[in-house]
Design a protein around this ligand. Structure first.
Ligand code: FMN
Length: 310
């Protein structure tokens, strides 16, 4: 038996997670049952699908193109049942003991604030703002690409709710860290980075884009360096915790994110590819790696790559 086992619990502002691994928004999180399944599989918390004001069917198929080893290109179009219907799913997941973080998307600060107020009332422990979906007209990147827009939305939501607000920012801009700084100044308790990277696949035989929507968002292993770079830069410029997202499928990936400055991480495409069993493997793998490197806790590794001797 090992004498030392690194402490995996981490704190995101007032929020304590049993381990740093969160289910990323939009993958596996549409129903209360699936959210609870990810929790039972070992996730430290689960983030809901991004919820909007009204039910949305999303874009027509094809909405996903798979690039076997290196990721997915998707343009789902933010399909969701709408804020009227969704609270029952949160209640189902909470009844199973899950730590649930709500995700919302809106077209302006007012809509974000109203959605946040209603989702906060369901008992979610925090709210993540989708300021970063790269392919939904009128939402995501279109309302979250400038520091002023991000600040206005975060400020409006923070005024409306008591739970911590997490701003999920886009990598599809020259200075993602400037968005994080704006979110922090406006009262965000944490920053998550990144959402998918804008991409395109062409079917040369059919002479047209593969996805019905045309442009999509790239996720999975291919975007890990982009996510790491964003986390690295954001960590240097904000005081609030950073949550890393993008291409995490192994405990090594997660440790790299912690060392770049992430206090927790979200896992999306790896869940779609490998199933929710990935959480158990990530938790035990991270624990072993931290022990092997002499870290007493996950928190102790946060930002380590910024301070290591060159
Ligand atoms: C099919 C799919 C649906 C997604 N839906 C959402 C969503 O509703 N809200 C959101 O904030 N991010 C959404 N994302 C982005 C993920 O939460 C995550 O930021 C991104 O996929 C990068 O992480 P990964 O490489 O681990 O997948 C979606 C990603 C995929 C692949």
């Amino acid at each position: 038996m090992r004498a030392d086992v690194a402490e995996l619990a981490v704190e995101i502002g007032p929020l304590r997670l049993r381990n740093p691994f969160l289910l990323a928004s939009g993958i596996w999180g549409e129903s209360g049952e699936s959210l609870a399944g990810a929790w039972d599989a070992g996730a430290g918390g689960v983030i809901t699908k991004s919820i909007g004001s009204a039910p949305r069917p999303g874009y027509p198929n094809p909405t996903i193109e798979s690039y076997s080893d290196w990721g997915l290109l998707n343009a789902m179009g933010l399909p969701n049942p709408g804020i009227e219907e969704y609270p029952r799913e949160v209640a189902a997941a909470r009844a199973r003991g899950a730590t649930v973080i709500g995700s919302v998307f809106g077209g302006d600060a007012e809509e974000f604030a109203e959605l946040a107020r209603r989702l906060a009332a369901t008992g979610v422990v925090a709210l993540e703002l989708n300021l970063s979906c790269p392919h939904a007209e009128g939402y995501g990147t279109e309302v979250g690409s400038t520091p002023d827009d991000v600040a206005a939305i975060v400020r409006a939501v923070v005024r409306e709710v008591r739970v911590p607000v997490i701003a999920k920012i886009t990598p599809n801009t020259p200075d993602p860290a400037a968005l994080a700084v704006a979110a922090e100044k406006a009262g965000a308790a944490a920053i998550s980075a990144i959402n998918t990277v804008r991409g395109l696949a062409i079917d040369a035989t059919l002479h047209r884009p593969v996805l019905a929507h045309g442009l999509g968002g790239l996720s999975g292993p291919a975007i890990k360096p982009v996510g790491l770079a964003c986390v690295w830069q954001i960590y240097s410029r904000v005081q609030v915790p950073v949550i890393g997202v993008g291409g995490i499928s192994t405990s090594e990936d997660a440790l790299e994110y912690l060392m770049a400055g992430a206090r927790a991480v979200e896992v999306g495409t790896a869940v779609a590819r490998d199933g929710i069993g990935v959480f158990g493997r990530l938790v035990s793998g991270l624990s072993e790696r931290l022990d092997a490197l002499g870290y007493r806790s996950a928190a102790a590794a946060v930002g380590a790559a910024h301070t290591a001797p060159s």
